[in-house]
Design a protein around this ligand. Structure first.
Ligand code: AMP
Length: 139
């Protein structure tokens, strides 16, 4: 599959559509998932384009997973999480819906189930409130 420059995360990276950003550097951007499967569900993407993990330049993995680790610790603090689910899909058969490499970071609480994947758009005020909690934990 060819990389499509018009995919939604490429458009977020170019600033063409809004996102609730958590942090960014030269290599990665972290932002809130707009259809969270748990409170505090967020995403990390490399700035360098690839459809998924399998076609990525391996040099993105160190900054990408360094950011995933940083965000995993921040959501743990922000949501007093008991665990963190890290997810990453390659290809629509595997559940991928946005074709720019991304890693899901989801704080988990014992007994709280994960909602369906790409299910329901969250109230933007709740997204903003959860983003503020994560930013405070990152500070
Ligand atoms: P995947 O199925 O792994 O490709 O996941 C794509 C994720 O991107 C889903 O969890 C969606 O809720 C999320 N998503 C789609 N559009 C946006 C957007 N504009 N801003 C933030 N997250 C999005």
């Amino acid at each position: 599959m060819m990389y499509d420059e018009q995919n939604i995360f490429a458009r977020i990276l170019r600033g063409e559509i809004p996102s609730e950003k958590l942090f960014e550097d030269d290599h990665v951007l972290a932002f809130m998932d707009i259809m969270p499967q748990v409170d505090g569900h967020c995403l990390v993407i490399p700035k360098k384009p690839s459809v998924g993990l399998l076609d990525a330049d391996p040099t993105v993995f160190l900054p990408l997973f360094t950011a995933v680790q940083k965000l995993g610790n921040a959501v743990t603090t922000a949501f007093n999480a008991d665990g963190v689910t890290i997810m990453q899909f390659n290809g629509s058969a595997a559940g991928q819906t946005v074709f720019h490499l991304h890693v899901h970071v989801m704080p988990r609480k014992v007994g709280v189930p994960v909602k369906p994947h790409s299910g329901k758009m969250e109230d933007i005020e709740i997204i903003k409130k959860n983003a503020a909690l994560i930013r405070a934990a990152l500070a």
